[in-house]
Ligand binder design. Sequence first.
Ligand code: SF4
Length: 400
Amino acid sequence: MRIFSSTQVLPNEGSDPKATESFGVYVHIPFCAQRCDYCAFSTWTDKGHLVARYIDACLVEIGRAQRDGVLGSCTTVFIGGGTPSFIGAAPLCRIIEALPCANDVEITVECNPESTTPELLRSLELAGVTRISLGVQSFSEHVLKSLGRTGDPTDAARAVSMIGAAGFTNFNVDLIFGGAGESASDWAESLERATTLDPVPPHISAYALSVERGTPLSRDFSRHPNDDVLADRYAFCDAYLSDAGYSWYEVSNWAKRGHECRHNVDCWAQGDYLGIGCSAHSHLDGKRFANTRVPERYINAIEHGRSPLETTETLAGNDRVIEALELALRTRWGVPNWALPNDPDLKGLVVRRGGRAVLSVKGRLLMNEVALRLQCPPSGDPTPETQTPTLGGLFDTAIA
Ligand code: SF4
């Protein structure tokens, strides 16, 4: 049972958005050519020899999930990492072919500019991939260097041109702001270059650089971002992208209408998804669980007939409602008015209209402060919107 149907939140989703239940699959590819200095993801640069066994293990996990009845017809698939493009098309296509997909499935593959080739894109397109997410991060060479990234900005422009030539009309460009040495004009230039690529990306994700424990960046205080600078960069980004025809639909995501990432929207709508591979997280009917983080342990568990699961958590009652609200708060659809009190501290942080409370730009910068004030619906309220645990209609009203 789902708390609410995430398909209700999606704009322009066809004639009857409630006809299809969403079900996502996330596949984790834990391999990269080089580790970026800020990265704390589950990925390795010295385990390329494991790729074939790893993909075999993923296929076994998919088969088991089908046998156990926990893998429904996928409406979205997201292959992330790591750098999926780094391992080439053939292993990725094996995984895609093994997944039972709905006719209108959205399949996203993350790529890095340096490992994107016409051959890779052609194979992915033939395998049914509908969306590419390209990790560009910056169009300033010195900022890329300060982030510990390989490649240069011309790689990104070349990769986008290949994406267009391969026939992809749906793709994302990832950017990061707040890198050491990045000036306000560097960031403006990155946004300008990103929004004038050929073809123009219909989706842009922009993330504040965050310092993760254990990374080279965390040990180098001289490269830590300044909070005030990050806030300025974010506000500039939102204004710039809005002027360029993109709408924000989640704190770090902007899209041209109809190009929102369905997979991520379903996750923010607390929908069901199954994670495949090491470190992959799943959510099924209020249960959250995650696979073991290290590829060798994941492969060994699968090869010996054991479960790769490492953590499980069941959310029930108000905990599940609050989680749903926390996720919804991130989005442009916001939360029902009852979910946030009329607290003077929230003045200027949320905008209330159409029965909903949506974060303002300032509110997005202080989202955690706002989220602390989320509350469950009043008991005994007869309106469908406030009956819990069924929050049908939570996302019914899209607010632009
Ligand atoms: S390419 Fe992405 S996943 Fe790989 S190290 Fe860099 S940030 Fe991490």
